[in-house]
Design a protein around this ligand. Structure first.
Ligand code: ZN
Ligand code: ZN
Length: 150
């Protein structure tokens, strides 16, 4: 059998204090940035920066899983963050890792932010960069089917 996919190092990530680390054997997909008021609070910034873990990929906590604290943001969807430094590391769906915050990825995650959503709800102090793909509200239905936890 020939594996036609390009060999790639695993994607790794960690929190600000380095207590929690993970690796993803496989790819990320649907990277996006949501500017809604809820994501601003959740990500403590102007927007989220989030990508889903491909269902074919394997996500593994390699260090510090006991430091994780989970917070449910809406039924079945939640977030997990470091109880020591506060970094938000991942989004969860029914307790499983659904996607990761791009800010906690170390190095190149192999994806770029494809779209900015809920831009009509952006903070009054945010200036959107020119030329980015943006939507006033939710993403197109293609992505909506696999929505983010936030
Ligand atoms: Zn930490
Ligand atoms: Zn949002």
């Amino acid at each position: 059998m020939t594996n036609t996919t390009e060999p790639r190092d695993p994607i790794t990530g960690s929190c600000a204090c380095g207590g929690i680390r993970y690796r993803i054997d496989g790819a990320l997909k649907n990277a996006r940035s949501c500017h809604c008021s809820r994501c601003r609070k959740t990500f403590s910034g102007q927007a989220s920066a989030y990508a889903e873990v491909d269902p074919e990929a394997t996500f593994t906590w390699t260090q510090g899983e006991a430091l994780l604290t989970r917070f449910e943001t809406m039924p079945e969807f939640g977030l997990a963050f470091c109880s020591r430094c506060g970094s938000t590391l991942c989004g969860t769906h029914r307790g499983r890792v659904h996607g990761v915050t791009l800010g906690c990825v170390d190095g190149d995650p192999g994806v770029v932010i494809e779209m900015h959503i809920f831009v009509d709800s952006k903070a009054p102090w945010e200036v959107m960069p020119e030329g980015v793909v943006s939507y006033p509200e939710g993403p197109p239905s293609r992505v909506h089917a696999s929505r983010a936890p936030t």
